[in-house]
Design a protein around this ligand. Sequence first.
Ligand code: ZN
Length: 286
Amino acid sequence: MCVKIFSNIIDRSREPVKYFAMEIDADSIPQVVVRDFGEVVRVETSSSAPSVIIVCEHASNRIPAHLNALGVTDEVLQSHVAWDPGALGVAQALLRRMPGVLVAGGVSRLVYDCNRPPDAHSAVPMKSEIYAIPGNAGLDVGARTDRVESVYRPFSRALSKQIETFSGSLAAMVTVHSFTPVFHGEARSVELGLLHGRDDRLALDMLAQRPDPAPYSIRLNEPYAASDGVAHTLDRQGVANALPNVMLEIRNDLIREPAEQEEMASFLAPWIDASVVNLAHSKGSA
Ligand SMILES: [Zn+2]
């Protein structure tokens, strides 16, 4: 069975966005509009031969209406608890600067955290930082399975599909996240974290090639590391497909406004590109 979906193409010169329809095997794409979860994943491309797949699992703070905001306040929904503020803007600005494909989540991580496997408690958190999430308390197996099948599986399948589709040109995976400047009352001085999972090549190469002097405080595996359970996408999708990969964690006070997101992407794009090329060369000469 085939269904028609719309793919959003962004021209690198920032021409008006073009849309086209294409037919794809329904079994291999996210089941868009399953129950009332709406658009749980969104794909954008800036090239027919992307070299980088950009992933933004925590792009959205949308909560499907039938979940009644999970019982949290609007203040919580606007905060880092529900999503990564600014991360999607940076990811899209990166996409405009490099031949890439972007896979972005379409619902809040409070509904399901797409950077967590289904068996992780934190995939459907009952508490986030200091906030209780009433709508996630006491979920029965059916309700939890519903989240997995309606959010995680479509997101994961869409990501796998893009990696498969562009396997001939993709050379790296970059996941884009943001973090709060103050966590549990503690100020964080790190501004940009390079995190890795089982494959540390891209993170280490970027660290070695970081601009000097760098305009940001850049650190390896801060403010999180794989031991915090944040390397799920990197390992499951990047390592499994032999794509060098890195997770970027950007302090969200640096990317609040679109102009700041553009500035961050302008800093990141040539740096990422240089390391991707570097790794491709070292692979070729090995
Ligand atoms: Zn995140």
